[in-house]
Write a protein that binds this ligand. Sequence first.
Ligand SMILES: Cc1ncc(C[n+]2csc(CCOP(=O)(O)OP(=O)(O)O)c2C)c(N)n1
Ligand SMILES: [Mg+2]
Length: 346
Amino acid sequence: MAVKRAAAKKIAKSDLPRETFAQMTIEMARLRRIDERLINLQRQGRVGFHGSALGEEACVIGCAFALEPRDWVFPALRQGAIMLHRGFSLETYLAQSFGCAADELKGRQMPAHFSSRSVNQVSWSSCIGNQIPQAVGAAFAARYRGDDVVCVGFMGDGATSEADFHYAMTFAGVWKVPCVLVCQNNQWAISEPLERQTVVTELWKKAQAYGVEGVRCDGQDVEAVHATMRRAADKARSGGGATFVELLTFRVGPHSTSDDPSVYRDEAFTKKWFAENDPIARAIAAGAIEAAALADEMARFDKELDRVFAKVEAMELPSRSTMLEDVYAKMPWSLREQQAELSPKR
Ligand SMILES: Cc1ncc(C[n+]2csc(CCOP(=O)(O)OP(=O)(O)O)c2C)c(N)n1
Ligand SMILES: [Mg+2]
């Protein structure tokens, strides 16, 4: 499959301080390490599921750096790590994949469905595209209440063929709400290549039909992603309405741990593409950080991961009595009775 690199609109890279560029590269490398670990754990039957951002790290981290802490993020499968950039604890984050006692979601979500109110990051539902109309609706509510926040909805390329994309883009255009809709176009929707699921493969062009500005950006270039996203967020914040941002990338790994791409695509192409377009190698080549300094940083991070994984994996599961919490402000008698029956057992 050819990987096109046409630019929709040239957006100048911002003058990032080198320390920020270095930090972005470190966070991309950390994300890759976390993904590698969680995939290995899934292969050993110690974690139930994972969907990685391998090769797409610049999309995730470039966007993370462009947002304000008060902005709301409505992620799809591959943007969980934005929470870590926003200061969420690594331990609580990884606990989510085990569904153990330290998991803020109390083991009720699938692994790799990270979210927390504390960092304004909403859980996605697993259904493709649901979170994008939610982002538009939340942006409408924010403007109505006079809150100075931007809502960002993420999706994959496959999501642009879902009805929710149409609803989201229609209302984003009509309401001119403070939101950014980001499409991480990794050119595959599980086994469906981009060309087979849509005729308009330059996805940014779809935005025009809804009266929304569409831009395309090289998703392997973290500085470009950051600049594009910062511009879209600034525009939304200053009343300029929504932007649809297409980040052109490639799904280097399997769709998730439940997939084997070697049965439907040429993995020699994938390997070559990754070797030529690795966003971390690209940032190092652009002078973000010395390779040796990054290796030191990763050696420290590996130790931290060893410690944190050992700790969360050894934890108990959430108490069964928590099953009935968080639904009713005042729990009905029938549930109180059931909770009392459950409590002593664990
Ligand atoms: C509404 C709906 N239809 C189908 C699926 C099954 N499904 C899970 S992931 C996926 C492909 C998603 O591809 P894309 O939007 O490109 O995101 P990517 O995983 O490539 O990042 C599909 C079809 C689903 N989860 N929800
Ligand atoms: Mg995709």
